[in-house]
Design a binder for this molecule. Structure first.
Ligand code: FAD
Length: 462
């Protein structure tokens, strides 16, 4: 039996980051991971492989649509699907090995296998029992299921199967117009698949600023994605030639069906805590299957903490990482903190979409007086030069104090641009603070400054 200060169960972005920080703070740390590689959902079957495929297919799209406009002529590239998957696997491998290296460098022990918690302060991995003063549950999430739909990861797939399809399908239905559905739908649409997205609600990307969501839908439709909104999927039948998806339109209850090669079920994710033994321990859970914690990530069992997708909040890698660092600080007797008001969300379509803070809809609901500063990328010289004039930056600021309350960007590099506003919000900045900051020309970030200027006396290039 080995004894540690901390054992973290799960080697995803929440768990591995927490383990490294615990070790850096001088705690004897182990991390339990049952997969063959570290990095969790994010590095193995989530953020990283999906971004690799988005990058490869976006490059293809550039070559097909924009190269000739810049005088780059010659045959457009063709797709070698297995080589593209190989590139994706290589990217994943480099990243997961990188975490293994960081564990060695920081002296984190990787306990290989699936962990259970037989009693407070104990973790069992295989036949080995270990003891720890603190245990952190960082076991993440899994794809949510849908009644009437059986996933076989071949014809009817989750995002995991969609990352390794045997061939590029001719047609695909994506069930669910959330982030994962739209990203993977974009990948296949760019590869020539006829993609139809079926969504239960009347708008895509629920929770997103409505103006941005509408704009994204229009742009994606122009790229060839079809949308059936307000539709409840009734079931999926698989046969020799693919799958038949039956759905009903909510407005008139009319029944429809669509037969396609592949169905991607992207209706969200649910926390994964199966097999840990939490019920026997008496760990309090929430109705949606998350572990219940207080604002210091403590469960109701002394010495047992939980973070990441296994607890409430946005199911995002960076949220899990921040909680991983914060819980490490707390366990080490310091002050760990996560500002849930400033967690950016990004969709890696082309154009990218990024947001932080409040949406207009939320501010209206709260009855808060606000002003809007908006600037279109059409007015940004750099964006026009690279054929990315679609989209805009929208900054929401308090009407009286000018303090920034939220920002929503659809346009080039939105996922990077948003961080200027995240930092500004962390410092309690006003829109004028951003507007008065010199921004290099010609950069996409000038659009952020112009939106900030539009919160005051007006943008210059609009
Ligand atoms: P996970 O990453 O799920 O890691 C948990 C780990 O715990 C797993 O490796 C699992 O094997 C292990 N585990 C579970 N139980 C046990 C046990 N009993 N013993 C040992 N090990 C165990 N988020 C973003 O921020 N940006 C993105 O671009 C993005 N893209 C995504 C794309 C896809 C297709 C998917 C599916 C997700 C994406 N996400 C993205 C979400 C992101 O992957 C998750 O929010 C993040 O991985 C959560 O981190 P975590 O550490 O809480 O859990």
């Amino acid at each position: 039996m080995a004894t540690f200060d901390v054992i973290i169960i799960g080697g995803g972005p929440g768990g591995y980051v927490s383990a490294i920080r615990c070790a850096q703070l001088g705690l004897k740390t182990a991390c339990v991971e049952g997969r063959d590689t570290l990095g969790g959902t994010c590095l193995n079957v989530g953020c990283i492989p999906s971004k690799a495929l988005l990058h490869a297919t976006d490059s293809l799209h550039e070559a097909q649509h924009n190269f000739a406009k810049m005088g780059l002529t010659g045959a457009a590239p063709t797709v070698d699907w297995s080589a593209m998957l190989g590139y994706k696997d290589d990217v994943v491998g480099q990243n997961t090995k990188g975490i293994e290296f960081l564990f060695k460098k920081n002296k984190v022990t990787w306990l290989k296998g699936w962990g259970t918690i037989p009693a407070p302060g104990q973790v069992k991995v295989g036949d080995e029992l270990h003891e720890a003063k603190a245990i952190v549950i960082a076991t993440g999430s899994e794809s949510a299921s849908l009644p009437g739909v059986t996933v076989d990861e071949k014809t009817v797939v989750t995002s995991t199967g969609a990352l390794t399809l045997g061939a590029i399908p001719k047609s695909m239905v994506v069930i669910g117009a959330g982030v994962i559905g739209l990203e993977m739908g974009s990948v296949y649409a760019r590869l020539g698949t006829d993609v139809t997205v079926i969504e239960y609600l009347d708008a895509i990307t629920p929770g997103m600023d409505a103006e941005v969501a509408k704009s994204l839908q229009k742009i994606l439709a122009r790229q060839g994605l079809k949308f059936v909104l307000g539709a409840a999927v009734q079931g999926v039948e698989t046969g020799a030639k693919g799958a038949k998806v039956s759905y009903k339109l909510r407005k008139d209850d009319s029944a429809h069906d669509l037969t396609v090669d592949t169905v991607l079920v992207a209706t969200g994710r649910r926390p994964y805590t199966a097999g840990l033994g939490l019920e026997a321990l008496g760990v309090e859970m929430l109705p949606r299957g998350q572990v219940k914690t207080d604002d210091h990530f403590r469960t109701n069992i002394p010495g047992l903490y939980a973070i990441g997708d296994a607890i409430p909040g946005p199911m995002l890698a960076h949220k899990a990482e921040d909680e991983g660092m914060a819980v490490a600080e707390i366990i080490a007797g310091k002050h760990g903190h996560v500002n849930y008001g400033v967690i950016p969300g990004v969709i890696y379509t082309t154009p990218e979409v990024a947001s932080v803070g409040k949406t207009e809809e939320q501010l209206k609901e709260e009855g808060r007086a606000y002003k809007v500063g908006k600037f279109p990328f059409m007015g940004n010289a750099r964006a026009k030069a690279v054929f990315q004039g679609d989209g805009f930056v929208k900054i929401l600021a308090d009407k009286a104090t000018d303090r920034i309350l939220g920002c929503h960007i659809i346009g080039p590099a939105a996922g990077d641009l948003i961080h200027e506003i995240c930092v500004a919000m962390e410092f309690g900045a006003s829109a004028q603070d951003v507007a008065l900051t010199c921004h290099a020309h010609p950069t996409f970030s000038e659009a952020v400054r112009e939106a900030a200027l539009a919160c005051g006396d007006g943008a210059i290039h609009a």
